[in-house]
Design a protein. Structure first.
Ligand code: HEC
Ligand code: HEC
Ligand code: HEC
Ligand code: HEC
Ligand code: HEC
Length: 389
């Protein structure tokens, strides 16, 4: 049997040109399922033109008066024109007509992140300058650098086997795609002009392992092939599970236990994530407990989890704040015990719900977001039922 090996040369235009990125729509033909998920994700909608919460904060931000949309670094990193204007200290405001602004965090942007550089203010993503090459991860392939498109044909061309992509090369050798480090360029921490951390994931070393990290938890394997060219059965979910999008898919990383105590009972919440359960300062967590007894429902006072930032002991906007006034969020790997003074009886049914508000309802009004019910309603992360015996 004669084997003919054909290596197709890739068209020689760059995906990461100096001033523009290949639009995500280009990937749609061959990666339709991933494209659809990404389309409704927080990443695709991170611009002020799609995310009303981001817009509301931007409208109040002092950088707006100065006409410097500094948020672009993480929210619309594909808008290179705006980023260049910022670097040259020119007026840099997001333009609705800009295609790059609408692309926000695009497919090619993420798949081009070579490394993440640490800075106290906020980290920086280092992009590859390799031509049309996508970083990705695949078990057993870490030594494959530039996988090219090849067609192997056998039996005088009756059988063909294609590997690689006809559109781009694939680089499987970037370990940051295996351990989740590629997410930490934007997500790790952010300081304001008072050198105060508005948010900080406070990641401890070695807590992002190859077996469990940002990618395995937030991009779980779901049904459907990753490309039309193959029947891979599953792919990594590109809708990104989080506080806004499908939080229930993260429920398994939080455990809820209930034990009787001398003066009532204790609810124990174990956070198995390597970061504080909620990260953005606008979020507020809530634990709701109710008891069903003799056909009646007893609702116990709910418990809130929040991080309040401020100045001079008063809550303040992120750009004013210089200290943490209070932080009751459940920390990485913490076991939080919450005591209730209600004595339980046999056959009581106790329902424990852990959830959150995307925008703290008290702040929503100040931001003009009170009509966005999906942000100000209680969103469930996990619910557990206990029958008392
Ligand atoms: C260093 C990167 C970075 C910069 C710079 C940045 N952000 Fe963000 N922002 C993020 C990340 C990451 C998230 C998602 C955090 C989360 O959900 O916990 C986020 C989320 C948000 C949210 C919540 C969005 C939602 O839908 O709930 C708001 C509001 C926001 N950012 C406003 C801004 C504004 C305004 C600026 C510019 C003045 C800015 N950010 C600059 C990284 C950044
Ligand atoms: C003409 C079809 C085609 C287009 C267009 C295309 N791809 Fe691909 N891509 C493929 C094929 C086929 C594979 C699988 C190659 C293999 O497994 O040997 C692939 C694989 C990948 C992988 C690696 C998958 C893995 O196994 O980990 C990434 C990442 C990727 N593509 C991203 C993109 C992005 C981003 C775009 C848009 C800029 C894009 N692709 C456009 C056909 C395409
Ligand atoms: C063990 C699983 C696990 C790992 C590892 C993990 N997370 Fe999470 N993450 C969660 C859970 C659980 C939540 C809580 C969602 C909720 O409360 O609705 C969450 C929430 C989030 C949120 C939303 C927070 C908010 O306030 O909006 C972001 C953003 C996030 N994680 C990013 C990351 C990044 C980046 C990494 C890697 C550095 C990471 N996560 C690692 C499980 C994980
Ligand atoms: C926020 C960053 C980010 C964005 C945006 C993003 N990806 Fe990915 N993508 C990743 C990471 C991380 C992986 C996981 C690598 C691994 O562990 O398999 C991945 C995996 C993939 C894979 C192969 C693995 C699989 O089974 O799914 C393909 C194909 C892919 N992405 C294509 C795309 C396309 C097409 C888009 C846009 C529609 C896109 N990606 C947008 C980060 C991103
Ligand atoms: C270029 C910067 C950037 C990179 C890289 C990035 N993110 Fe994000 N991410 C953001 C921003 C900005 C938001 C908030 C967008 C908004 O809501 O306006 C966000 C939102 C999220 C959310 C919140 C979704 C929700 O429903 O609450 C999760 C989870 C998340 N990212 C996880 C990841 C993971 C995991 C990776 C790595 C594979 C990653 N991100 C890479 C900037 C980034």
């Amino acid at each position: 049997m004669k084997k003919v090996l054909l290596v197709l040369t890739l068209a020689c235009f760059s995906l990461v040109a100096l001033d523009s990125f290949e639009p995500s729509k280009t990937c749609k033909t061959c990666h339709p399922i991933i494209y659809k998920e990404h389309f409704s994700s927080a990443h695709k909608n991170a611009t002020i033109f799609k995310d009303p919460i981001h817009k509301a904060i931007w409208e109040k931000h002092p950088a707006k008066k100065k006409e410097k949309y500094k948020c672009a670094k993480c929210h619309t990193p594909t808008d290179t024109k705006l980023l260049n204007a910022l670097a040259n200290n020119e007026t840099a405001l997001p333009q609705k007509s800009s295609k790059a602004q609408q692309e926000a965090i695009s497919c090619v942007y993420c798949h081009s992140i070579k490394d993440v550089e640490y800075h106290a203010k906020a980290n920086t993503n280092i992009l590859t300058d390799a031509n049309k090459t996508m970083f990705s991860a695949r078990k057993g392939e870490i030594n494959t650098h530039d996988k090219e498109y090849t067609i192997e044909s056998s039996l005088f061309g009756l059988l063909t086997k294609k590997t690689g992509s006809p559109f781009h090369k694939i680089d499987f050798s970037n370990e940051n795609f295996y351990n989740g480090k590629i997410c930490t360029g934007c997500h790790s921490h952010k300081q304001n002009s008072h050198n105060f951390d508005i948010c900080n994931m406070d990641l401890k070393e070695n807590t992002n392992t190859e077996d469990e990290n940002c990618i395995t938890c937030h991009m779980p394997m779901v049904q459907g092939s990753f490309t039309t060219a193959k029947d891979s059965k599953t792919h990594r979910y590109h809708g990104f599970t989080g506080a806004m999008h499908k939080p229930q898919m993260l429920a398994k990383y939080v455990k809820i236990y209930l034990n009787k105590s001398d003066d009532g009972f204790v609810v124990r919440i174990k956070n198995t994530a390597n970061h504080q359960l909620l990260l953005h300062p606008l979020r507020i967590g809530e634990l709701r407990v109710r008891i069903q007894r003799d056909g009646k429902t007893i609702k116990l006072p709910s418990v809130k989890f929040m991080r309040i930032i401020g100045k001079d002991s008063k809550p303040a906007m992120p750009w004013v704040a210089d200290s943490v006034l209070k932080n009751t969020h459940i920390q990485a790997n913490e076991n939080r015990l919450i005591n209730f003074n209600e004595h339980l009886q046999d056959n009581d049914r106790v329902t424990v719900e852990l959830g959150h508000y995307v925008v703290n309802p008290k702040i929503a009004k100040k931001l003009g977001l009170e009509d966005y019910k999906e942000y100000t309603k209680f969103t469930l992360l996990k619910k557990s039922n206990f029958l008392i015996r």
